[in-house]
Each structure stands twice: as C-alpha cells, then as structure tokens.
Design a protein around this ligand. Structure first.
Ligand SMILES: Nc1ncnc2c1ncn2[C@@H]1O[C@H](COP(=O)(O)OP(=O)(O)O)[C@@H](O)[C@H]1O
Ligand SMILES: [Mg+2]
Length: 364
C-alpha cells in the first residue's frame, strides 16, 4: 500500500483557474513571491486529506472568486483517485475512484498528511482548545474509531449541558442526568485512553527531535494533563456525579476530555508562557515531526509532509538542522519557500522545483 500522490488537478480552487501538477514520490519545492498560490496548493491536498481547509479558512473560500464551484483531484501512485467538489451554497462532496462517499469524513485516512505551517504555532502559543484540536485531528486520521467516540461524546456533552441549564430553573431528576453521564463517561474514558497512550509514545520522539533541531541543549517534555485523573469509565462517571451540583451552578460540564490539555515544557517551563519565538517555533516543528513518526509507524509508511514557509524565518543553523531532520524523516514532502536555496543542498539535490506565479505553475 502506498499513499504517495502522483498528480494533482485543481479547478477554480483559490487563485487557480486550472492546474495540472505532476508530483514526484520524493521531495517537491514550490517557490515564488508572496500571494502567488504556494500555500493554496498545500491547502488543496490538506483538504483531500482531512476535509478541512488550513488556517481556519471556511470551505466557501476555496471557490475561486467569481466562480460557482471548485474541484480538487489527486491521483495516488496506486492509481487511486480522491477528489472533492464544492458548489457555492451546497455541501462539499468527496469521491473515491469516482464514487461519492456517504460522509465527508469517510475520506479521512486515504491520503494521510502532516502539515507544518506558522498557524501551527497556536498549538504551543494558543489555548487548550488549540491543543485539543491538534490531538483530535491527528487521532481521527489515525483511528477511525476515535472520531466516533468523539462525536458520541460531543452529543452527550451538549445534552448534559442543556440539562444543567434547565436544572438552574427547575428540578431535574437524577435519572435524566444518568442518561447522558453514562455515555459521557464511557466515551470520555476511551478518548482519554487513546489520547494518553498517543502522548506517551509521542513524547520521547518529540524530545529527541527537539534535541536534533535545537542549537542549544534544551529539553522539551510533553504531558497530557487532566484536572481530575479519571482514566476509567467508572472513575469518570463518579466524578461527573459528584460535580453535578457545581456544574448546575456553572451551567456547563467542568471535567472531561473536552477540558484537558497538553503541557509543553521547555526546560521545565511552559513554552506557551515562557518560550521565545524561536523556541516556540522549534517546539512546534518537533511536535509535528513527532506526529509524522507516529503516523509512519502506524501506517507503515510516512504520510505526506506539507511544510509551508517554515524555512525563511529561521537562522542558518536552525534551518540546516531542520532540513537535515526533514530529509531523514520524510517520505514524500512538499515544501514552500520564496527561494529554493532556502531548502539547502541536501533537500534541493533530491527535489523537483516548481515556481508558482499568479496561479500558474512552471518548472524552471
Ligand atoms: N477563493 C479565491 N479566489 C481567488 N483568489 C483567492 C482565493 N482565495 C485566495 N486567493 C488569493 O490567492 C493568492 C494566493 O494565496 P497563497 O496560496 O496564500 O499564496 P502564497 O502561499 O504563494 O503566498 C492570494 O493573493 C489570495 O488572496
Ligand atoms: Mg503561503
């Protein structure tokens, strides 16, 4: 089985009217000035991979201005075709070998990818919700069951929260709460189990990658953190029952995986609060390359690495280190930068270079 992409085709996607692009199984570099369409190409692949646009962009913005629909299509080296279409005002649709998939999420896992862009800095710098979203996206792409646990959990959480609010106005019997706390505890424990196991095997990899990327001897540690330590269904159910009164007062559920976080520590200090720009950037890159290693182990092959504009703002030494790690970790990779030389000889020697200019791609 192989996931590598061989060909990408875009129609009215972002600033591309039409694009046909051959992608080699190894490394591709997309160069060009700002606002030419480099990131949009990565975004189209990410869309097929995850059903999401990058950088929190709404799906509607995928359609080229003035057009009514867009199409993204990738052909893998196996001959598999994956495509997505979006018509203005309608729902996006995903297709596998021409057959429409019942749900968009059914496409997840067909074209696994890891993206690293400046928007990922939010994983280190942002709120706990940014880190949970990072975990949820990674884990849903690795384990289809995770997405199911998550959606049942979310539904039960909404129901319990609605009950909590009602209980502020009138008496609600305990039985009604049980109806939602049971699935919350059951799914919540599964979610926490999958997340903690993932972080436990991710952490040493990220620590080691971080050491390879850093120019100073710094130590990065990752930890899954919960306010309560309820890892089993029974323990979580009990916690939900005992905090019910306080939750009614607040009108929302205070414990559970929807409140958990990942601690990211550099030399035992929280990178979110105390890290310099450079440290935060290195931490994110290490974290993302760690997920690449995890996915590689899970899939038996490295997923597609999309490295967006990460080379330009690094000093020469950090950049050389990053290029070296990428060259040894990645399978297929697409990198964007303003100058191809930023990728360094080690990568450049084995890359196909394209230049992107106003939605037109040429091989110089
Ligand atoms: N739906 C759209 N229709 C037309 N142009 C778009 C659309 N979405 C984005 N653009 C434009 O496409 C250009 C390319 O953006 P981007 O891929 O981020 O460029 P780069 O990564 O090369 O800097 C930008 O000028 C952006 O404004
Ligand atoms: Mg860009």
């Amino acid at each position: 089985m192989s996931f590598a992409v061989r060909h990408l085709k875009l129609n009215n996607f972002r600033n591309f009217a039409h694009l046909e692009l051959d992608i080699p199984p190894g490394f591709t570099i997309l160069t060009g000035q700002n606002a030419q369409g480099k990131t949009s190409i990565l975004e189209s692949l990410y869309w097929l991979s995850t059903t999401r646009m990058l950088r929190g962009v709404r799906d509607a913005e995928a359609i080229r201005q003035g057009e009514h629909a867009c199409v993204v299509e990738a052909e893998l080296v196996t001959g598999t075709h994956i495509s997505a279409t979006l018509e203005a005002g309608a729902r996006k649709k995903f297709f596998l070998n021409g057959a429409s998939l019942p749900r968009a999420s059914d496409v997840i896992g067909r074209l696994p990818s890891v993206v690293i862009s400046i928007f990922d800095l939010e994983i280190v710098r942002g709120d706990p919700s940014d880190r949970r979203m990072f975990l949820d996206i990674e884990l849903s792409s690795l384990y289809p069951a995770y997405l199911r646990h998550l959606s049942i959990y979310k539904r039960a959480l909404e129901q319990r929260n609605a009950l909590l609010k009602m209980a502020q106005e009138r008496q609600i019997d305990g039985f009604s709460f049980d109806t939602w706390e049971e699935p919350l505890a059951k799914e919540g424990a599964q979610i926490r189990r999958i997340r903690t196991e993932y972080i436990d095997s991710l952490a040493p990899r990220v620590t080691s990658l971080h050491q390879q990327l850093s120019s100073q001897p710094e130590f990065l540690a990752l930890r899954y953190s919960m306010k309560d330590e309820a890892l089993t269904e029974e323990a979580l159910l009990q916690r939900l029952q005992t905090t019910r009164g306080a939750d009614i007062h607040r009108g929302s559920t205070q414990i559970g995986p929807h409140r958990d976080d990942i601690e990211i520590l550099v030399d035992e200090k929280e990178a979110r609060l105390f890290g310099s720009q450079g440290q935060q950037r290195t931490a994110v890159i290490a974290l993302k390359l760690g997920t690449l290693e995890m996915a590689k182990e899970h899939l038996g092959e490295a997923p597609l690495l999309l490295l967006d504009d990460m080379l330009s703002d690094l000093d020469a030494e950090r950049r050389a280190r990053l290029c070296h790690v990428v060259a040894s970790e990645a399978g297929q990779a697409i990198l964007t930068c303003t100058e191809a030389s930023a990728a360094g000889e080690e990568i450049l020697d084995r890359s196909k270079v394209y230049s992107v200019q106003q939605g037109v791609v040429t091989a110089p």
